[in-house]
Design a protein around this ligand. Sequence first.
Ligand code: MN
Length: 195
Amino acid sequence: MENKFEMPQLRYAAGDLAPVISEQTINYHYGKHLQAYVNNLNNLVAGTEFAQSSLEEIAAKAQGGIGNNAGQVLNHTLYFEQFAPKPAASAPQGALAEAIVRSFGSFEEMQKQMNAAASTLFGSGWAWLCADAEGVLSIRQMANADTPLRYGLRPLLTFDVWEHAYYLDYQNRRPDYLAALWSIIDWQVVADRLK
Ligand code: MN
């Protein structure tokens, strides 16, 4: 029995994140780009040493086309699952909030570093809030389909800065896209990733 990777199910409708992320962008980014990565991964892993592996194992270890498509499936799954149209809280709570203060000094400083990493990333890639094995959090820039799993880091929060993520809605104004994303982060989802 070989793996068949599937699309993550969204807890919101395509238009629900507007105006931060438009329905058109969800339809292309989730519906077309992510679907293509899922299809490519399924086609590429068939008959290889990764045919029985989990998505996380493939994203952490595989090179070339398999590694790129697995990284993109994993990264986009984390990205789309972290949003809610009306998040219950506008800032982290509990253990996540404490870890952020321990590692950055304040929530605002973490946001500042995340915005800086995402806005200055040259070309296509991802900005991450990650946790290491000791629970220390850090902000990382990763190019293309790279993923924290390759560095033994736990991904908590991610901003996709490939142009396909924001160009329909913000054109060249990447910082405006990044500033708006904070208002749709579901901090409970991010906190659950730290557990
Ligand atoms: Mn993307």
